[in-house]
Write a protein that binds this ligand. Structure first.
Ligand SMILES: [Zn+2]
Length: 488
């Protein structure tokens, strides 16, 4: 019955918002230019910016670039920021430096060295190390009292390097919750007294961390088979037997591993959100505002390898920068104000959004909606709105304008803590996070370069968001009811 009521409300909100769509703002839409977005992406992924890692110099160059575009466009620094539009805050983080190495001993004194990135990557949290220790295979490396599973139960890993499978055992009867996360696994290895941790994966992906752990690396899973060769065991056969036995499988190995990681930890590093305000023109409504955000930071650099982060998230940063240009130069000043924010620290745990919502520059209760763009530079399989199910009338605005403009389908998910919108939602602001479906498989890889992005997609994202923001900034009243996800 409840579902039925939700359905009626949903249908009602569809028809109301569909009726109230504004006319297409042709002048502004014509001024929106995918090439200009791509130019911003190209500048934000220049090698001198070194992947815009939070707290690193390259990120500061990126912040300066966006701040200059905000200034050029005529956005005001909101109260509490200076003319740079910077909202400064401090973070601590671990840096992975150059000259890391990883090798396995196959026969006595016969070492095979593996390739940085192609074969392995240090965890962003990894402590420095130069160590040679015996390897021990510890199944999935999970300790989960809730599901009565302990991969360390029958094996001593003290002063050894633990090697563990990715994910969790595939068993319908057990729910491993978050224990499959690599950061939890490294903690369990540390608690068990291990000297190091190796997490197997299909392909290592880059990250950034404010934490420090025991020396840890991600290694291609296929390398595990070579360790078992003489025993006719493979990674797959172990996965299968864990599934059949419904119990942990752990094996001491004959091999030793050598891990060399150079890393350093810095307690307090300055970083900044870049915030620009377009003040509305309506005497009654200008104190209300719409927040348009995107994270400007990315993974930065691990060792010598730069992660340019073109799609993640130079794309979203470029689109909001371009939207600031279009709203100030090619459109009538809206009734409500619009606050543009390029966030720092997203990749390290949504830090910039959290700092902003804890230290808002405008009264948080006057913000009417928040839109977050993250990974919007490629893909032709539709726009996804995270939080679309949670705020159906908000999502319907997107749907309505996408249809009006003849764009791709708009899809919806429930609210999730997977990007910066989360902290705004957490403060009670109707918030949506848009990304594009079906882009190239470059997530957190050095191949996330600007030439893999698509001008047409960037232009559609900018146009669709322009119309939705224009609508929100000019309509009489904004009421987005929240729908609870009942399956949770
Ligand atoms: Zn992102």
């Amino acid at each position: 019955m409840k579902k039925f009521i939700v359905l009626i409300l949903f249908t009602l909100s569809v028809s109301l918002s569909a009726q109230t769509l504004l006319d297409i703002d042709e002048r502004a839409l014509q001024a929106i230019d995918g090439e200009r977005c791509l130019e911003h992406v190209q500048n934000l992924t220049d090698y001198t910016l070194e992947g815009r890692g939070t707290g690193a110099q390259g990120y500061c160059y990126a912040a300066k670039y966006v701040s200059e575009r905000f200034l050029d466009a005529g956005l005001m620094p909101p109260p509490g920021t200076d003319s740079t539009h910077y909202q400064i805050f401090y973070v601590s983080r671990n840096f992975i430096d150059q000259r890391c190495a990883f090798a396995i001993e196959y026969d006595k004194d016969h070492w095979q060295y593996f390739k940085f990135y192609d074969d392995y990557l240090p965890f962003a949290s990894s402590a420095p190390a130069h160590t040679t220790k015996p390897l021990v295979f510890a199944g999935y490396g999970i300790v989960s009292p809730d599901s009565q599973w302990n991969d360390y139960e029958r094996i001593d890993v003290t002063d050894k390097i633990v090697i563990a499978l990715d994910g969790t055992p595939q068993m319908d009867s057990l729910d491993f919750g978050r224990s499959g996360r690599s950061r939890n696994k490294v903690k369990h290895a540390e608690n068990a007294g291990a000297a190091g941790f190796i997490h197997l994966c299909q392909k290592p992906i880059g990250g950034i961390s404010t934490k420090r752990t025991i020396p840890a690396i991600a290694l291609r899973q296929c390398i595990l088979d070579s360790l078992f060769k003489t025993r006719d065991i493979t990674a797959q056969s172990i996965i299968d037997s864990i599934k059949t036995l419904k119990a942990p499988v752990a094996v001491p190995l004959a091999n030793r591993a050598q891990i060399t990681i150079n890393s350093h930890y810095v307690d307090s590093l300055q970083t900044m959100n870049v915030v620009g305000l377009l003040t509305g023109q309506d005497a009654d409504l200008k104190d209300e505002y719409i927040i348009v955000g995107a994270h400007l930071d990315h993974v930065g650099k691990l060792g010598d390898v730069i992660f340019p982060g073109a799609n993640d998230n130079a794309s979203g940063s470029a689109v909001i920068t371009h939207l600031a240009e279009v709203f100030t130069r090619h459109a009538e000043r809206p009734k409500r104000s619009i606050l543009f924010i390029a966030f720092s620290g997203e990749e390290a745990g949504l830090l910039g959004a959290e700092y902003y919502t804890d230290h808002p520059l405008l009264p948080i209760e006057k913000s009417r909606a928040m839109i977050n763009l993250d990974m919007v530079g490629a893909g032709d399989q539709g726009f996804m709105l995270v939080g679309g199910h949670s705020y159906p009338a908000f999502a319907e605005l997107y749907q309505g304008y996408a249809e009006k403009l003849g764009f791709m389908e708009v899809k919806r998910r429930w609210m999730s803590k997977n990007s910066d919108h989360w902290h705004f939602y957490d403060k009670g602001i109707p918030s949506l996070f848009m990304y594009c479906m079906g882009g190239p498989p470059t997530y957190h890889s050095p191949n996330d370069t600007y030439d893999t992005l698509d001008v047409e997609t960037l232009e559609q994202v900018a146009r669709l968001n322009y119309m939705v923001i224009h609508h929100l900034a000019n309509c009489d009243e904004i009421t987005f009811d929240y729908v609870e996800n009942e399956s949770e």
